[in-house]
Design a protein around this ligand. Structure first.
Ligand code: GDP
Ligand code: K
Ligand code: MG
Length: 277
């Protein structure tokens, strides 16, 4: 039997463990990631012994600084799960989408599950998930891990994406002119042989002077020096360092997305509040 592997990824407190428990019930094992004391949880989907679910450490970004980030990143790059189920805290959407933009660059299908929909329904915060889906270029679906609503649909979407070669996202987030210029140069110079959906992610990580990525690509010192010129030109033009430039560009793009996809209804009373009152 072919096993389908789902990786749960998300910020701390987004609801990963709550969802993990809902998905796997008692069929789970708790251990540690190899060599470190960060907890590793793996389980099988209820009634689907052919589907494994791995709860990744909670992270705000895939930058390789904290142990949790390195574990999550290496797992995604080396073990290549069949699909990433990205749990997003809908009450903290803007901050959570930062990681989402990075996950979309890995060449792995992504399904975004916006969690805490029960809280949003009460506060009157509306998220246009259809538009978000178009803008991000991956499936987006609302859930409440706590109330277990929308969870079955999220899993169905994840399983469908895992088995669909066309579900691998091509990142749609775009940055300002000079950054795009540098990224295009980097792609042209050293990445044109790679599949389209991973080129941008590699270009961004090379732009960030990520040594691990240069190593993975087996880049010669000569090519590294060549890229260094593109990076320096952009840093001078933007008067900022490479990593801050990319972080700022991600936040800017997400901020535009928030304006398009989110709305708040003031004086909103949910049905349940009205009944309570
Ligand atoms: P993790 O850090 O990503 O594993 O997040 P947890 O699963 O531990 O959840 C963090 C907190 O959010 C806990 O108190 C959960 O009970 C709560 N929580 C998780 N999902 C939901 C949800 O859909 N609605 C509400 N209201 N609370 C939730
Ligand atoms: K927690
Ligand atoms: Mg947890």
């Amino acid at each position: 039997i072919m096993t389908i592997r789902i990786a749960l990824a998300g910020n701390p407190n987004a609801g990963k463990t709550t969802l993990f428990n809902a998905l796997t019930g008692a069929r789970q094992s708790v251990g540690n990631w190899p060599g470190v004391t960060v907890e590793k949880k793996e389980g099988r989907l209820k009634n689907r012994p052919d589907v494994t679910v791995t709860d990744l450490p909670g992270i705000y970004s895939l930058s390789p600084y904290s142990l949790e980030e390195i574990i999550a990143r290496n797992y995604l790059l080396d073990e290549k799960p069949d699909v990433i189920l990205n749990i997003v805290d809908g009450t903290n959407l803007e901050r959570n989408l930062y990681l989402t933009t990075q996950l979309l660059e890995l060449g792995i299908p992504v399904v975004v599950a916006i969690n805490m929909m029960d809280v949003l329904a009460k506060s009157g915060d509306l998220i246009d998930t259809d538009l978000l889906e178009k803008e991000l270029g991956c499936e987006v679906t609302g859930i409440s891990a706590l109330k277990e609503t929308g969870v079955a649909e999220a899993v169905e979407k994840a399983l469908a994406s895992a088995q669909d070669p066309d579900a691998v996202p091509v990142p749609r987030h775009r940055f300002s002119g000079s950054v795009e210029h540098a990224l295009a140069h980097i792609e042209e110079a050293v990445l044109h042989d790679l599949p389209e959906h991973v080129q941008r992610g590699f270009a961004i990580r090379l732009f960030e002077r990520d040594g691990e990525t240069a190593k993975r690509l087996n880049l010669s010192d000569e090519w590294r020096a060549h890229l260094e010129q593109d990076i320096r030109n952009c840093e001078e033009e933007m008067d900022n360092d490479c990593e801050s430039i990319i972080a700022t560009e991600r936040y800017n793009w997400i901020s535009g997305l928030m304006e398009k996809c989110c709305r708040h209804i003031s004086n909103h009373l949910s049905v349940s509040d009205r009944i309570d009152a």
